[in-house]
Design a protein around this ligand. Structure first.
Ligand SMILES: Nc1ncnc2c1ncn2[C@@H]1O[C@H](COP(=O)(O)OP(=O)(O)OP(=O)(O)O)[C@@H](O)[C@H]1O
Ligand SMILES: [Mg+2]
Length: 319
């Protein structure tokens, strides 16, 4: 190899290492053509695809949407706590805030008004076929094994911006493809509606988990949710399916548990998880300190519930 080639190979290796800083143990050999792509300054997308292919098979994250179009039923709380516990078990986890409220983003103490890039920028970049913004540049590392693609009010422009773009349902899938090799799990926090953002989450997902708040009219709107999933399955992503349904914010000392569980079982059969998450003021206290319930009060009943929930999810997904 000539001097110039030698130099370029060195530069290429450096860049690979930078992209793979979470997995330093990997050593990858690249040929001349691959090096050329790696050293190109502007084609970030080609670079990412190549890196992904070079280490193909290392990881392929399972993408899970936490979805229920009813507002305030515990989607964000579930993503926050399930994500934390999975990361503590040594899984590499990516969280995606797909809600313009940005509650998941703030739940880590991130100031959502100060963000350079958000999920909106990635969606826009992909919708416009610019491909100048690598997904990795938007990801924020929040804790060991735990990363987030943040969101804020900019996402409210999404409908206006790419509501008419051809292939608009596939944008998130495209975005996540690039980082799939880096994670074991990706959890998507969905917004409280069934619009184009939720479609994007479902098209990108392998699985869906549905939290249901233990309250009167708990199942209101559930047919719309099931219809949406069926439509996505039929037209865009035949793989997506509900893996689990669980009750949240269950008040003990009421007979709601039994009544609701029976009602939910009629709809979802064996998809109903054994674990239920109890109602606890500690959830709000933990959230005020930007902590997961496990960090805030590891011995509380609700922390134990989330631990059980994650064990049950892992049993379903990994056997
Ligand atoms: N098990 C629980 N016990 C007590 N409070 C809870 C529990 N789960 C969630 N909450 C509280 O309920 C409120 C709504 O929760 P969360 O934000 O997770 O719901 P959401 O479905 O994401 O809402 P939105 O639809 O607005 O995004 C929050 O104030 C949260 O602290
Ligand atoms: Mg939420």
């Amino acid at each position: 190899m000539n001097k110039r080639g030698g130099k370029r190979e060195g530069a290429g290796r450096k860049k690979i290492k930078k992209s793979l800083k979470r997995d330093k143990q990997w050593r990858i050999s690249v040929n001349e053509k691959e090096l050329e792509i790696l050293n190109k300054k502007y084609d970030a997308r080609a670079k990412q695809i190549l890196i992904k292919n070079l280490i193909k098979g290392e990881k392929n994250m399972l993408i899970i949407s936490i979805l229920n179009q009813k507002g305030g039923i515990g989607k964000t709380t579930s993503v926050r706590n399930i994500g934390y516990l999975l990361s503590k078990k040594g899984k590499k986890v990516l969280l995606v805030d797909m809600d313009q409220q940005g509650n998941l983003t703030t739940s880590f103490g991130i100031d959502k008004r100060e963000l350079k890039f958000t999920i909106y920028d990635l969606l826009k970049d992909t919708a416009q076929k610019d491909y100048t913004l690598p997904t990795e540049d938007v990801i924020i590392n929040v804790q060991k094994n735990l990363d987030i693609i943040p969101s804020n009010i900019h996402l409210a422009r999404a409908d206006y911006f790419f509501g008419n773009v051809r292939g608009r349902e596939y944008l998130l899938k495209e975005i996540l493809k690039d980082v799939s090799y880096m994670y074991d799990y990706c959890l998507i926090d969905c917004p409280p509606n069934l619009g184009v953002i939720t479609d994007n989450a479902l098209v990108a997902s392998n699985r869906v988990y549905v939290p249901i708040k233990a309250e009167k009219f708990a199942l209101e709107g559930i047919n719309d949710l099931l219809d949406t999933i069926e439509d996505v399955k039929k037209f865009f992503n035949s793989e997506v399916e509900i893996s689990g349904v669980f009750l949240n914010q269950l008040k003990v000392r009421t007979n709601l548990h039994e009544v609701l569980t029976n009602e939910i079982k009629e709809y979802f059969g064996d998809k109903v998880l054994k674990t239920t998450i109890r109602d606890s003021i500690k959830i709000a206290e933990a959230s005020a300190l930007n902590q997961s319930i496990t960090e805030y009060s590891p011995t509380s009943t609700v922390a134990k519930d989330f631990k059980k929930l994650v064990d049950e999810i892992l049993e379903r997904e990994e056997g």
